[in-house]
Write a protein that binds this ligand. Structure first.
Ligand code: COA
Length: 150
């Protein structure tokens, strides 16, 4: 039987640094240069999915107003071995709970592969697809707590 997955919110960045790099930036070296951007915005709150205590998924939410939303979702990543079990969705839901508590909207630059995950959670697309170097096609997706959607 597959090991149960647990979720931790507001973990230190070091907890998710490895899973963030290997799921989102496998082409970058493991090390402080790759991890440095996690400390750029001191409002960033990190979430982790854990399997037997080992991080296998990550997400972050931070104050970064854009696209008429105050909060940004970043760094959603789930290890290959545990994909397709709803872990990605649970991590995004944790950011929605955080946004609902603060009554603020969320935006994200979403990779094509993750768009269905966000869509199922009622995020809506904004504008055209765009390319980011080394990573590929993205689209801005937005979500608001009920009553706040413009
Ligand atoms: C995108 C990503 C985070 C999704 O993580 P995940 O844990 O597999 O996400 P979910 O399990 O919630 O959803 C993935 C798929 O599994 C399906 N699924 C979820 N739970 C399921 C279950 N219990 N049984 C069967 N299928 C299930 C979903 O319907 C979804 O299918 P779809 O993509 O064809 O629509 C993961 O693929 C990843 O890390 N990719 C590389 C990095 C990346 O692109 N990150 C996104 C940055 S914006």
């Amino acid at each position: 039987m597959a090991e149960a997955i647990t979720f931790d919110w507001d973990v230190p960045p070091g907890v998710i640094a490895d899973v963030r790099r290997r799921t989102l930036y496998p082409f970058k070296p493991a090390g402080p240069e790759t991890d440095a951007e996690m400390a750029d915005n001191p409002t960033t709150v990190f979430g982790a999915a854990l399997q037997a205590g080992t991080p296998v998924g990550c997400v972050a939410v931070l104050d970064e107003p854009n696209h008429d939303c105050a909060l940004r979702v970043r760094w959603l990543g789930v290890d290959d071995a545990v994909r397709g079990r709803g872990i990605g969705a649970r991590l995004v839901q944790a950011t929605q709970l955080c946004a609902a508590t603060r009554q603020l909207g969320l935006w994200a630059d979403v990779r094509v592969k993750a768009i269905p995950v966000y869509e199922r959670l009622d995020f809506e697309p904004l504008g055209d697809f765009f390319e980011l170097p080394d990573i590929g096609r993205h689209r801005v997706m937005r979500w608001w707590p009920s009553g706040l959607r413009p």
